[in-house]
Design a protein around this ligand. Sequence first.
Ligand SMILES: O=C(O)CCC(=O)C(=O)O
Length: 256
Amino acid sequence: MNPTTDTDMRQRAADARCPRTVRAPYLEKLRRHGFVVLEPQGPDPMPLEDLMAPLGRPTPYGFGTQLIQEQRPDTDNSQFRTGAIPMHTDALLNANPVSYIGLECLQAPDKGGETLVASSRAFFATAPAALVDTLRGIEIEYWSRVSGFYVERPDGNPVVAPVQVDPVTGGDALWIGLDHPADPHRNYGAAVIGYTGRQNRELFATLDRTLNIPEVTYAHWWRPGQILIMDNRRVLHARTAYHPDTPRKLRRVSVT
Ligand SMILES: O=C(O)CCC(=O)C(=O)O
């Protein structure tokens, strides 16, 4: 890949694709880009579990190690509703860490419900220096707003520095969950230690704007049979809203 474009998510998204077959170079693409999309081709698509096996062991959450993401009635959890989910790193609230996330599409809506993938590398290449300086000087506390989803941490709410080390490049990686107080049903809250409510809202709004540009974020529009694998330590993800009348069903297996 051209070194002048390797921070641009549009170039990465074009290259981060391969067939869902036995000898596909998905591990190499995952390492190069922090995510990869596997397209169903031919009669024997590789099972999600087999694709995830070289990457680690399945990570237990409160629901076990496999999550079916679809609409569920009477839920308190935004995974099972149809609204948008803000940009986040997975498992900030789970006692067991997550290295890689595998999502397999079983049913896709015609419109909406895209999974958004934001590259840390692209974020740090485009974010204003003052914003990056701010991020280097803060820590963020997270708390769960749903029951039974995460394995509870014995040591209470996590407090996480948003700038971490990319395990592949040694450069900066963004680990963050954007709070979205406008959604009264959101799964978690987040607050910078020592910030006022207003300062928190302003920082999260700035981050949301800085992340949600095509140079940083790829919007994956789903087709059944596709698999998306993300390195949770190197990319963030989010979901756009979809219409309640259009079924959407993904199977998620995360590994440590
Ligand atoms: O449904 C999706 O596309 C992603 C959901 C999500 O945010 C997650 O699995 O953590």
